[in-house]
Write a protein that binds this ligand. Structure first.
Ligand code: FE2
Length: 440
């Protein structure tokens, strides 16, 4: 549904001075939301426009809307902060804006990268139907995209499909399979405000016709699924395509998708993106919204904004987390200090005219006995933290425990034991690089 802004409202919004926004952790601060609401509701026809928007997103059969803010974008400048503040003002009328990603404060750039996986949001190919943050226990209720620049070659229309309508067209057996916790997708790394990793999850998560349809077409290629479950998911993918609508976003268009109703995607960009300057390529900004107030925000809220309330004393779980992170930092520092001392001792022995056994043994023992013990503690602490945050898969954490035990138990006389720590560090580094590339 496309919603035009009445010209009287447009004229009032162009002159409206909104303050810059403040964050409370990963979320837009309540004070900013209150201020925006006060300023905006005083403008003519804003309330009516906001009500139309909310109806479009939540009424029977609804679930998505495009606010046409092109004239405002033109008048204020599309990259201007004032324009983004106005868009935030409209978003606040729907739910609470937040950013699950530590790198992005609220709005996330989605540009075009010709060398990326074409199926990703920043790729150039077909971005198949999906729900954002499909493997989070609390996915964002709304995903929103602000179009700053469409594909200058004319490709990349947005696609949407009513997820519950697609599910209703499946057989009863198919729906029963989709309701089983048999699906998994992707990694879960360094995210805020979206709960815990959900793995395995059911695609149909909630009572029929309601709740999330946790589907991403990428899970069909990239996660090991049993034959029956994969077939049921493929049928859903076909139904989603059968019921899809597609449209081109224009500069200043603000697409809001209710993730409990609709799944989204994008057709391929036009061929020849390599010939378009990076500064001229399609550019969207993404923002997530959390419905139902702040009580449902989940445990991971990023502490970036100034906190004025008194800090409560930690509970047992938090105290345990602090203990593990202190052990992590402490063992890492002691390991490095041990390395330095061992290197200094070895250097002294080598530069002496008559090397002494004491110096040799001192350097050797320091490195292979005490240094390796500290490395073991560091490996244990890292594996525990990775597992608790859901950043490491079970196998990787297990490999860490085994590596730690080897470092702790195997005597320094076993020469290959010195390679265990660097091998583990290499494994972790490769996994983190791999996980970062696969992240949406
Ligand atoms: Fe998406």
């Amino acid at each position: 549904m496309f919603i035009d802004i009445p010209s009287e409202l447009e004229a009032a919004l162009i002159d409206l001075p909104l303050p810059t926004w403040e964050l409370d952790g990963s979320f837009l601060a309540q004070s900013t939301m209150d201020r925006y609401r006060t300023e905006l509701t005083a403008t003519p026809q804003f309330e009516e426009t906001a009500t139309t928007l909310r109806h479009a997103l939540t009424d029977e059969g609804g679930g998505h809307a495009v606010l046409r803010l092109g004239n405002l974008a033109k008048a204020l400048g599309i990259g201007d902060d004032r324009f983004l503040q106005l868009v935030n003002g409209f978003a606040v009328e729907v739910a609470v804006p937040f950013s699950p990603f530590p790198r992005w404060h609220l709005w996330k750039d989605i540009g075009v990268k010709v060398d990326k996986d074409p199926g990703k949001s920043s790729g150039i190919g077909y971005n198949a139907f999906h729900m954002d943050l499909v493997n989070a226990s609390l996915p964002p209720d709304y995903t929103t995209l602000l179009c700053l620049r469409p594909d200058p070659l004319g490709g990349g229309p947005s696609i949407l499909s009513d997820a519950h309508a697609a599910v209703a067209r499946l057989s009863e057996d198919g729906r029963a399979l989709l309701a089983e916790s048999a699906y998994r997708y992707g990694t879960f790394f360094d995210l805020f405000g979206v709960g815990e990793e959900y793995k395995p999850f059911p695609i149909l998560d909630g009572s029929p016709g309601e709740g999330f349809v946790r589907f991403t077409a990428k899970m069909l290629e990239r996660s090991p699924l049993g034959r029956a479950h994969a077939d049921a998911a493929k049928k859903l993918a076909e139904e989603l395509v059968r019921g899809q609508v597609s449209f081109m976003l224009q500069p200043g268009d603000y697409l809001i998708v209710n993730q409990r109703r609709f799944l989204h995607g994008r057709e391929a960009l036009h061929r020849g993106q390599e010939t378009v300057l990076v500064a001229d390529r399609r550019l969207l900004l993404q923002l997530f919204l959390r419905g139902g107030g702040r009580r449902r925000l989940g445990p991971h809220s990023r502490p970036t904004a100034p906190v004025t309330r008194r800090v409560p004393s930690p509970g047992p779980a938090e105290a345990e987390d602090r203990f593990v992170s202190t052990v992590f930092l402490g063992s890492g520092l002691v390991f490095v200090a041990t390395l330095f001392v061992a290197a200094a001792a070895a250097g002294t022995v080598l530069s002496a005219h008559q090397p002494q056994d004491f110096g040799r043994h001192f350097a050797h023992e320091l490195l292979t006995t005490y240094g390796m013990r500290m490395a073991a503690v560091f490996v244990f602490a890292t594996s525990t933290i990775g597992r608790r945050l859901g950043s490491f898969p079970r196998g990787l954490s297990l490999a860490g425990v085994v590596a730690g035990l080897v470092l702790l138990v195997v005597r320094s006389s076993v020469p290959w034991s010195a390679l265990v720590f660097p091998a583990w560090a290499l494994l972790i580094s490769v996994y983190i690089l791999w996980a970062a590339r696969r992240a949406p």
